[in-house]
Design a protein around this ligand. Structure first.
Ligand code: ADP
Ligand code: MG
Length: 240
């Protein structure tokens, strides 16, 4: 579903992604870990063309993401993204936050969009918050709204960029639980996270990045028990 082939990216003269090769199959959960500044967010943002690439090729469902003929809106419709800072519209209710894109982009009626929104709010466990404003919710609840908002577009891929990093510790679990159930239902997911427990339990594959390169990847049990590269061992020594 997602293919990186020899992808390189520069910010000016800074080589941020170095020869990235990666494939994500349908229904797979790939967790990307690595030190701050290693290029994890940049890599995610290339997938929905929030960032340009300098060379190589990136395909999503067979479509060349960075081809000038590719319809970016259509591409992004199919890829949900959840950020560290929930990025909800503060002056809109939860329901309005979730229904905005389905109405505007998918052309759904208000009734249809609201029905879908309630369905996903139930899924993330906060149907009672439909008429609340983001400021009236906890961080964990806001992040669950952000996930529901992504799902309401019925994407085939969900990208998560450190979705629990801004949360108080007691709220991390409720967001990870929603992500776990999504994974169980077969959603294709690419997740940048420092939550090693989640990675171990949910990932089909762990990808370790450092200084713009994929240093090593592997199935979680093997990856954590027996990392091949010195840099991976060093990193895991710090975070585990
Ligand atoms: P990570 O998510 O792994 O912390 P990022 O992808 O955010 O890493 O950043 C990788 C590197 O690229 C960092 O050194 C960061 O400072 C740099 N960087 C990120 N965004 C930009 C940008 N828009 N312009 C220039 N440099 C950037
Ligand atoms: Mg980042």
């Amino acid at each position: 579903m997602i293919v990186f082939r020899n992808v390189n990216k520069y910010y000016g003269t800074f080589h941020v992604l170095k020869d990235i090769n990666l494939e994500v199959n349908k229904g797979e959960v790939v967790v990307i870990i690595g030190p701050s500044g290693s290029g994890k967010s940049t890599m995610l943002r290339c997938i929905n063309r929030l960032e340009a690439i300098t060379s190589g090729e990136l395909l999503v469902n067979g479509v060349k993401v960075h081809d000038k003929h590719t319809n970016v809106n259509e591409l992004r419709r199919n890829i949900g993204m959840v950020f560290q800072h929930f990025n909800l519209y503060p002056h809109k209710t939860v329901l309005q936050n979730i229904t905005l894109a389905p109405i505007k982009v998918l052309g759904q009626s208000k009734e249809e969009a609201e029905k879908t929104a309630i369905y996903y709010l139930e899924k993330v466990g906060i149907p009672d918050k439909a008429h609340a404003y983001p400021s009236q919710l906890s961080g964990g609840q806001q992040q669950r709204v952000a996930i529901a908002r992504g799902l309401a577009m019925k994407p085939s891929i969900m990208l998560f960029d450190e979705p629990t990093s801004a949360l108080d510790p007691e709220m991390i679990g409720e967001v990870l639980d929603v992500m776990k159930s999504l994974a169980r239902e077969g959603m294709t997911m690419v997740v940048v996270t420092h939550e090693m427990g989640f990675a171990r339990e949910v990932a089909n594959r762990i990808v370790f990045m450092d200084e713009g390169r994929i240093i090593e990847e592997g199935e979680p049990t093997q990856f954590f028990a027996n990392p091949k590269e010195e840099r991976t061992r060093e990193f895991l020594g710090k975070v585990l």
